[in-house]
Design a protein around this ligand. Structure first.
Ligand code: NDP
Length: 287
């Protein structure tokens, strides 16, 4: 007789808005491939003032875990019981693991970014890096780059966020050995000579604003720079197009997304998913 087990194992993402988030495509492809037929990834629209209720619901329904995306990565901190060291440093959580009501918060954005860099054959050790933006993704990326031994970080951020940007600089200086410059982003930013890695960690270029690109002097990008975008959709942003025109090596945000999703799956299930399967599913969904 066939096994009768219809109990769903729930994970998902809380966001607002969240309809464009492709997490379900990637994660459920991995679950199918792993033979986890009762695992479900739910895409859930949670208003910022209802996050506490959503967390109670998550515990009541025994979700195994949840991802948090814009705007919940910081707001969720107050509901977390145990924070991973990097999530503590970053000050934001994108992944929660629920162990019988005890919530552990981690941050896999920066770790996914680092694995993506590695897969492109790039080591940040002793490198000069420019990071555009100081939001959730930028913070995670800067912390991981600093912990991995980057020599110098230039964080370029719009003046409206100055307190947020400066708090990131303080955290980096107090907890890592990296040298940091903070640039208030007003005019077209000139990439300093000697930059090894340039990262767009803003949301500029994300669907539906597919023609937008960061305000930089693109003629200051040189072919010896490696250029990384965090935007996964569309994969080939105007920012990357400009980098390609200057002969730079580049990578889009898909590898980062796949790698952070793979880390989440391992945290929730204890299993290692097939990243090729996940990437193929994402590419099909976005094509
Ligand atoms: P946040 O809203 O926390 O940060 C976005 C940053 O971009 C903020 O500093 C924001 O400034 C800045 N920004 C937005 N518009 C402009 C502009 N016109 N000029 C200058 N700066 C601007 O979002 P996240 O950091 O969480 O996410 C950023 C992007 O990274 C998103 O597009 C998301 O899809 C992507 N992402 C990709 C991941 C992947 O795995 N590939 C993982 C996580 C995120 P302000 O707040 O003042 O608007």
């Amino acid at each position: 007789m066939k096994e009768q087990d219809y109990l769903d194992h729930l994970v998902g993402v809380f966001g607002h808005p969240v309809a464009e988030n492709p997490g379900v495509v990637i994660q459920e492809a991995a679950f199918r491939d792993l033979g986890l037929r009762n695992w479900r990834f739910l895409t859930i629209n949670v208003d910022p003032d209802k996050l506490g209720d959503a967390i109670l619901g998550l515990k009541a329904m025994k979700f195994r875990g949840i991802n948090c995306t814009i705007p919940h990565k910081i707001g969720v901190l107050k509901y977390i019981d145990v924070l991973s060291p990097s999530a503590k440093l970053i000050g934001a959580v994108n992944t929660i693991i629920n162990d019988n009501g005890v919530l552990t918060g981690d941050n896999t954005d920066g770790k996914g970014f680092m694995i993506a860099l590695e897969s492109a054959g790039i080591s940040p050790k002793d490198k000069n890096v420019v990071v555009l933006g100081a939001g959730g993704a930028a913070r995670a990326i800067c912390v991981e780059l600093a912990l991995a031994g980057a020599r110098h970080l230039t964080i370029v951020n719009i003046p409206k966020d100055i307190a947020f940007g400066e708090s990131l600089v303080r955290i980096l200086k107090e907890n890592t050995r990296v040298a940091v410059d903070y640039v208030s982003w007003v005019d077209a930013f000139k990439i300093p000579a000697g930059t090894d890695i340039l990262v767009n960690a803003t949301s500029i270029g994300l669907y539906p604003n597919v023609n937008d690109k960061p305000n930089i002097d693109y003629d200051t990008i040189t072919k010896d720079m490696y250029v990384q975008d965090v935007i996964p959709n569309p994969a080939f942003t105007p920012f990357l197009r400009e980098a390609e025109r200057r002969g730079s090596r580049w990578q889009n945000g898909m590898q980062m997304l796949i790698n952070q999703a793979a880390l989440n799956i391992t945290m929730w299930t204890g299993l290692k998913p097939n990243k090729e399967v996940m990437l193929k599913a994402l590419e099909e969904a976005l094509s």
